[in-house]
Design a protein around this ligand. Sequence first.
Ligand code: CUA
Length: 159
Amino acid sequence: MMHVDRYEKRWMIATGITLAVFVLAIAVTAVVGGIELPGVSGRIAPSTVESAPPFANPGVRQLGPGRYEVFIRAQTWAFFPNELHVPAGSSVTFHLTSPDVLHGFYVEGTNLHMMVLPGHVSTLTATFGKPGSHQFWCDEYCGLGHQLMSGRLVVDPGH
Ligand code: CUA
């Protein structure tokens, strides 16, 4: 049998435990924190983003009782639209794309965070329980006006 030094063995065990704790931490965060990976719901030719629906007329649309979808164009250097209103308690599916370069979409106070790539439609769904205002930002460096890219998501009191 291979001889393993006593101290080396202890360090191997400690390393194994540390790895197990990390894996457990990821598993717990995924379940308790409700981690949802952004999906690519579709592909779109970047040159048509500004001229073809649905991104040519971005905004909030109602799908059914308490269900909404939002189309947002992220482009150098603004979000269209840059102010959104949804009622509290509603489930909102966000669809974002870009006609030019890589952008980000991060909504303060939520776990909504995704990359926005030209040619891809990034999609995430979130439920907003309480009325309030959430600032959102582009958090991927996208050029000279990157710091100007922001907007506001307003959760209005439900009916
Ligand atoms: Cu868009 Cu940074």
